[in-house]
Design a protein around this ligand. Structure first.
Ligand SMILES: Cc1ncc(COP(=O)(O)O)c(C=O)c1O
Length: 441
């Protein structure tokens, strides 16, 4: 590491808010390419994080880099409203082609949280109802409106007293299903009961603008609900004329093996929030609804300075092109299946693995205390550190940070999955050897 870098890293706690710079693993890098990061230490790291599900087409894909250069030669800033430009209109057209149902009208913003804010505002505006229902464990972002529906970790809400008139009910949890009962039927029955209880004790359905959820629980621990559960959420919303919002910030753009989880689960929401993979790392997001719904949200009811930036929109178009040309939805399904098969084998050798939960290349590996079966976030950190030392970067999630989040770029190959999982296997063995030694000594 150069002297200058050493100084900058040492001084980091004085310059960057710890809430920004103390996530795991905070690896100092100088370059990114394809499925790899290049560290300041001169080492090459296999990336199984995709910058938290963003660089789905791989880091710095040549077509993305070219799109940035080409766009910057023409326009760098909107704002839409002051000027109008081709890339934002073309991107809206192309996104409408890949989104399900009548989701064809867009309010472009910059981040996932902003797309959520827009979605909730839109739902409240058009229904003229004040309340929102969200699900315990879901993560929707950290701005105040998004935080009011975020319950993946209580520390995110500490001292925030989130307002926004929200209620929470439990997400699908098949683990609670008694033996001998069908897990899907169990969670659906529970869902009906939870809604009924909420509607009879706390809020009438006529006052509820929308129900918001992640179709697969992301930050909350990579929990994949049964299809029938999501379909029932849709039915309950329809029964009461409540709008359904899908937060597809993390699940979108091929991550689940279809363009959106809505297609994987065959359930179409009224409003969708999309971001992350939309523009390969450039800040871009959108609140999406049918044009009929959007038209009820008049000029001035929402707005943005930076949203739908011309360079970001051009990169959005290039991202869609690369995904189609390289057949990344199919690769996601193939590689996801392959990775889970390998992981199930690895699980047989390691008692610290509790469960493996996956859809497409959204893979969660739960780490538990082998004696008690309890979630073990401390063990997870040690395992991730060992894997990092050996050259693979994983991320984490879960209420106790007990789930290894494996979200490689969707261009990942079999060889890269083998390389990464071999290292994970070794890291798990080394960790287990240390706990065995502790017991023996
Ligand atoms: C499902 C989901 N919703 C919303 C967000 C917030 O997105 P951002 O960090 O871009 O505001 C995230 C971020 O991780 C997310 O995973």
């Amino acid at each position: 590491m150069g002297k200058n870098w050493e100084h900058l890293i040492k001084n980091m706690p004085n310059r960057l808010a710890p809430s920004m710079a103390k996530d795991h693993p905070n690896l100092p890098v100088v370059k990114e390419e394809g499925c790899y990061y290049y560290g300041v230490d001169g080492k090459k790291y296999l990336d199984f994080t995709s910058g938290i599900a963003v660089t789905n087409v791989g880091h710095r894909h040549p077509k993305i880099v070219q799109a940035i250069k080409d766009a910057a030669d023409g326009l760098m800033h909107g704002p839409s409203g002051v000027i109008m430009y081709e890339s934002i209109l073309r991107l809206a057209d192309e996104l409408a082609e890949i989104l399900p149902g009548e989701l064809d009208c867009f309010f472009f913003a910059n981040s996932g949280a902003e797309a959520i804010e827009g979605s909730i505002k839109l739902a409240k505006y058009v229904t003229k109802r004040p309340y929102v229902i969200s699900f315990t464990g879901c993560f929707h972002g950290r701005s105040l409106g998004a935080l009011s529906v975020t319950t993946s970790k209580s520390k995110y809400r500490k001292f925030m007293q989130p307002s926004g008139l929200t209620y929470q009910i439990p997400y699908a949890n098949v683990k609670e299903c008694p033996q001998g009962k069908d897990p899907e039927a169990f969670v659906i029955e529970k869902l009906e009961k939870d809604f009924a209880s909420l509607f009879s004790h706390q809020v009438t359905p006529e006052e509820v603008a929308c129900v918001i959820l992640e179709p697969v629980l992301g930050e909350g621990g990579y929990i994949v609900p049964p299809k029938g559960w999501l379909k029932r959420v849709r039915e309950i919303c329809d029964r009461h004329n409540i709008l359904l919002i899908f937060d597809e910030v993390q699940t979108g753009f091929g991550r689940t093996g279809e363009w959106f989880a809505a297609q994987t689960f065959d359930v179409t929401p009224d409003i969708m929030a999309i971001a992350k993979g939309i523009a390969s790392g450039l800040p871009l997001s959108a609140t999406v609804a049918s044009s009929d719904l959007m038209k009820q949200w008049p000029l001035g009811s929402h707005g943005t300075t930076f949203g739908g930036n011309p360079i970001a929109c051009s990169v959005g178009l290039a991202t869609l092109e690369v995904m189609k040309e390289e057949n990344l939805l199919q690769n996601t399904r193939n590689m996801g299946k392959y990775a889970v098969e390998q992981l199930e084998r690895i699980k047989e050798r390691h008692s610290v693995i509790g469960s493996i939960r996956a859809v497409g290349l959204m893979i969660g590996i739960e780490i538990v205390d082998p004696k008690t079966g309890d979630p073990d976030g401390k063990a997870l950190l040690k395992i991730l550190d060992l894997a990092l030392e050996k050259g693979v970067l994983f991320y984490l999630c879960g209420n106790h940070s007990e789930v290894i989040r494996m979200i490689p770029p969707l261009i990942v190959t079999k060889e890269q999955i083998d390389e990464g999982l071999k290292i994970l296997d070794e890291a798990l063995s080394e960790y287990e050897a240390t706990i065995m030694n502790l017991v023996e000594n």
